[in-house]
Design a protein around this ligand. Structure first.
Ligand code: PMP
Length: 462
């Protein structure tokens, strides 16, 4: 078979998928038994599957389709670029127009003196670049002992050897012999799960001070960088207490270490500013970008770095690069996506319209008997499911059991919402309109009601 169309029956597509396609982060046998959901088309914020069901995509794909689906402008730009120059590399003293234009645009959009971009094909690759780049930077400055990168437990920074090592996901470290050497993880600022009797602000401060403790224990002369997502995404949309980042910034200012803001999810408007660093108020030396850079229409990522880093690296040969670094089609698509984000003021829409409206509705979910905290920043939010709000108690069942039940009720009720353990999370397209927010909340509430009824009857509401 050399072509698969949408006209094959769903069961046939699922059988072929199970026979030949290995899915990321999946148990293949379980998936084969159930049959993968086949998505065939999408428009705006709605997906259509091979049975004709319509789903509101409250995850924007994988947190990436910021401008929504079905924008012809991006398809037209991609087709034009493929005809003009489908591929050329940026190695060996060459460059091309799309990568030049995109680099200049990103330098304009990025805060401060973040003016230089090293491109990759994804967020994981970009974080791999960051590991090599910060170590090379310090070595070029004569401080080759500065190799340790501090990250956080439950962080997500990608799935390559470097990205997964930076991430703090134990199940990922358990496969493939990770983390690589000289990556250190400190505890996360997750007040709901780990704050005990402390107030959120006292807890935020204490968790930030874990960074200082780690720097002092490891040795200032050994620590190269600290990496964090402004708001932890795949870890369950953990919005840190307000006290957290000012303290992190104070500590980073005090010691000579680089700050890496992983903006793969938070970048390009998701938190109501162009970058999450601006929302939480910290000043990175490097920003990791991907996802919303092209709204997922083409695979592209990168690292935006300061003048200082670019100058130091620039005086040496940095032995690093990918065949698809600055791919012309992906770069042209990203540039068109940035034009749309800017000209349609999508960031302003998140900040002033959709974000505040969604925040009001989302936070009201904390009145639901199954919901403990409901947190949101811009257009990324989470609710913690609990059998006992006052005690912030977990369920007696294995973590994720109730979350999975709720996720399935969401799908059955026309809503894509993901679960991380027993937290339900959303990150919808940024162009979501108020009436679509009403639909999202109605469907989420219905799924919560159905989940509560089911876990009560199954004896899981304990
Ligand atoms: N960093 C963060 C914060 C992410 O959320 C992700 C992906 N979810 C990555 C890095 C890795 O990006 P990619 O999947 O494009 O490699």
């Amino acid at each position: 078979m050399n072509m698969i169309t949408n006209h094959l029956p769903t069961a046939e597509l699922q059988a072929l998928d199970a026979a030949h396609h290995i899915h990321p982060f999946s148990n293949q046998d379980e998936l084969a038994g159930q049959g993968a959901r086949v998505i065939t088309s999408a428009k705006g914020v709605m997906l259509t599957d091979s049975d004709g069901n319509q789903l509101l995509d409250a995850m924007a794909g994988l947190w990436c389709v910021n401008i929504g689906y079905g924008r012809d402008e991006l398809a037209d730009v991609a087709a034009r670029q493929m005809r003009e120059l489908p591929y050329y590399n940026t190695f060996f003293m060459t460059t091309h127009v799309p990568v030049i234009a995109l680099s200049a645009k990103l330098a304009e959009l990025a805060p401060g003196d973040l003016n230089h971009v090293f491109f990759a094909g994804s967020g994981s690759e970009a974080n791999d670049t960051n590991i090599r780049m910060v170590r090379h930077y310090w070595s070029a400055k004569g401080k080759s002992d500065k190799t340790i990168i501090i990250s956080r437990k439950n962080a997500y920074h990608g799935s390559t050897l470097g990205g997964a090592s930076l991430g703090g996901m134990i199940p990922m470290h358990q496969q493939g012999g990770l983390p690589i050497p000289d990556i250190h993880h400190i505890p996360q600022p997750n007040w709901w799960a780990e704050g005990g009797d402390m107030s959120p602000d006292a807890f935020g401060l204490a968790r930030a001070q874990e960074l200082e403790k780690a720097i002092l224990a490891l040795g200032e002369d050994r620590v190269a960088a600290f990496i964090a997502e402004p708001v932890q995404g795949a870890g369950g949309v953990i919005v840190p207490p307000e006290s957290y980042y000012p303290e992190i910034q104070r500590i980073c200012d005090k010691y000579e270490i680089l700050l890496i803001s992983d903006e793969v999810i938070c970048g390009f408007g998701r938190t109501g500013n162009w970058f999450g660093a601006q929302t939480v108020g910290w000043k990175p030396d490097i920003m990791t970008i991907a996802k919303g850079l092209s709204s997922g229409y083409a695979p592209i990522g990168g690292s935006i770095v300061t003048d200082e880093i670019a100058n130091v690296i620039g005086a040496t040969e940095f032995n690093h690069g990918y065949t698809y670094s600055g791919h012309p089609v992906a770069a042209a698509v990203a540039l068109e996506n940035l034009r749309i984000l800017e000209e349609e003021d999508v960031v302003g829409h998140v900040r002033d319209v959709a974000g505040p409206y969604l925040k009001r509705k989302w936070e009201a979910l904390s009145d639901h008997p199954l919901v403990g905290e409901a947190k949101i920043t811009g257009m990324m939010g989470s609710v913690a499911l609990t059998p006992n709000k006052a005690a912030r108690a977990p369920f007696a069942a294995n973590p994720g059991t109730v979350g999975l039940i709720c996720r399935d009720h969401c799908f059955a009720n026309g809503l894509v919402m993901r679960h991380v353990g027993d937290r339900m999370i959303i990150a919808p397209p940024l162009v979501l309109q108020p009436h679509e927010i009403d639909t999202l909340i109605e469907r989420a509430t219905r799924a919560l009601d159905l989940t509560l009824a089911q876990i009560k009857s199954d004896g899981l509401f304990v």
